[in-house]
Design a protein around this ligand. Structure first.
Ligand SMILES: [Zn+2]
Length: 68
């Protein structure tokens, strides 16, 4: 059963609710202030672009050896 997260627009309370696929979506009520002004939050699964890391520049080591 998928769990959806909701946020209350009244008291900014975040809560998760279980939603069955068969049952119709009932009116979501905030468990804190009992307000029906709630908004479903998207699950943040996608990876956010972090800072530039792992950039290893090939630094040529000085020192030529003969080669003849
Ligand atoms: Zn609330």
């Amino acid at each position: 059963m998928p769990i959806y997260e909701y946020i209350c627009l009244n008291c900014s309370e975040k809560f998760s609710l279980l939603q069955s696929v068969s049952c119709d979506q009932k009116e979501i009520i905030c468990p804190k202030c009992s307000s029906n002004s709630v908004k479903k939050m998207m699950s943040s699964f996608c990876c956010s672009s972090g800072s530039g890391k792992g950039i290893s520049s090939a630094i040529p080591t000085g020192g030529f050896t003969g080669g003849g």
